[in-house]
Design a binder for this molecule. Structure first.
Ligand SMILES: NC(=O)c1ccc[n+]([C@@H]2O[C@H](COP(=O)([O-])OP(=O)(O)OC[C@H]3O[C@@H](n4cnc5c(N)ncnc54)[C@H](O)[C@@H]3O)[C@@H](O)[C@H]2O)c1
Ligand SMILES: O=C(O)C(=O)C[C@@H](O)[C@H](O)[C@H](O)COP(=O)(O)O
Ligand SMILES: [Zn+2]
Length: 370
């Protein structure tokens, strides 16, 4: 099957290429001025990263840096170690970073590229579904702090994104399923066909190499591109649309759960739980019907994502939600739906509704399979 090229327009345009065996296209995407390339890869993925490094060595001076795996990469000390390594290797503004890994790796690597010399080129090679449909696209980069998730970061558009579907072959099932959390989120906020496909497909057929998986991935990328080109820096939408904040659907509670669980709940799993929570909240605010709340539970639950959570008290999660970037002063703000693909901002909901929605989240649904 041929590669699909999805163009991201705007001030710093680039392409997201979806296909198989894409590593050979890295020089074309990196451009001609680059001399040195730092490959920042998830340390556990050495076998996936090595052929990419070997290909680059033919064209560039290559510095390969293995990072701590997953969320452990998204810390200030890891970013600092990368800056030191780039400094020792004499990296200049004509050099570039290539990231190879899941969303945690692209977030950290993107942040290093955004901050080194105030910004050098970065090309992402995401190796998870979540990285392909979301983290590698759109230019959000970041690390966590003790106070919460993604609290330090920068917007830094990549020079290109190579979504090599062959790399998904080794992805553990639970990581594959976690990525579907962001895909299904895209269905609720913008593309109902995604929901139809998920509901019509036997979950056993949602495999790394199936045609329906590729269609879901490409549809979710299109949703993300469509949102970010209109509101690259999350300054707000128009005509009542939340703008880029719509991609944060379900994320206010999700980030609080990730932090409360010491990041043992995967991001995509937390997004599933958080989306059911905002659906319950929207129902209490009079915008979403009970039938559509149940559609949230059914769609996420169908692919094996958790739709309930009870490990942390409401008061602890409420405190954690207050550091969400959508908050303004002491006011919490949520993306909610009036219908499928009709998002809006709900500002300052009553604490009683927030609590009742959490009670409803705890009362039914399926938990994480761990
Ligand atoms: N910047 C953004 O716009 C954005 C969007 C969504 C999510 N995120 C961030 O992305 C992160 C989650 O990303 P994720 O779900 O990809 O998790 P991850 O990066 O933590 O990777 C999950 C696990 O899968 C392993 N893995 C990755 N690819 C593999 C492969 N091909 N074969 C075998 N194992 C593989 C990793 O080693 C890791 O253990 C979170 O930190 C989240 O905040 C950022
Ligand atoms: O790209 C965006 O914008 C998103 O909000 C996508 C989210 O799926 C992603 O998890 C993002 O990292 C969350 O952003 P944050 O600003 O809430 O940290
Ligand atoms: Zn997310």
């Amino acid at each position: 099957m041929t590669d699909t090229t999805l163009h991201v327009g705007g001030a710093a345009p680039y392409d997201v290429i979806v296909g198989h065996g894409l590593a050979g296209r890295l020089p074309e995407v990196l451009g001609e001025s680059v001399q040195r390339v730092a490959v920042l890869y998830a340390g556990d993925l050495g076998e996936l990263a090595q052929p990419i490094v070997d290909g680059l060595v033919e064209h560039y001076d290559v510095l390969a840096l293995g990072l701590p795996d997953g969320e452990r990469a998204k810390t200030a000390p890891v970013a600092s170690d990368c800056w030191e390594a780039l400094g020792e290797a004499g990296f200049t503004r004509s050099d570039a970073v290539v990231t190879v890994g899941g969303g945690a790796t692209t977030d950290l690597g993107g942040f290093v590229a955004a901050t080194w010399l105030r910004g050098v080129r970065v090309v992402h090679v995401p190796t998870t579904v979540l990285g392909m449909v979301d983290a590698a696209v759109g230019g959000k980069t970041g690390i966590n702090t003790g106070a919460g998730k993604n609290l330090v970061g920068a917007f830094h558009e990549p020079a290109g994104v190579l979504c090599d579907l062959s790399l998904l072959a080794t992805l553990p099932r639970e990581e594959f399923v976690a990525g579907l959390g962001e895909v299904i989120k895209c269905g609720f906020i913008a593309d109902p066909v995604i929901l139809d496909l998920v509901e019509a497909t036997d979950p056993a057929d949602l495999t790394a190499d199936s045609a329906v998986t590729r269609e879901l991935i490409e549809r979710a990328i299109r949703v993300k591109i469509g949102v970010v080109v209109d509101d690259l820096r999350e300054t707000g939408g128009s005509g009542g649309h939340p703008g880029r904040e719509v991609l944060n659907y379900g994320h206010t509670l999700a980030h609080a759960i990730e932090r409360a669980s010491g990041y043992s709940v995967r991001h995509g799993e937390a997004v599933a739980i958080g989306s059911v929570y905002v659906a319950e909240l929207a129902a209490r605010a009079g915008s979403l019907t009970p039938g559509l709340v149940e559609r949230h539970r059914a769609a996420f639950g169908r692919v094996g994502l958790p739709t309930t959570y009870a490990d942390t008290s409401f008061d602890d999660l409420h405190a954690a939600m207050k550091v969400d970037k959508k908050s303004r002063g002491s006011q919490l703000r949520f993306v909610v739906l009036d219908d499928i693909a009709r998002p809006r901002i709900l500002a300052g909901p009553d604490e009683a509704d927030l609590r009742a929605a959490y009670d409803a989240l705890q009362a039914s649904g399926t938990g994480a399979s761990r």
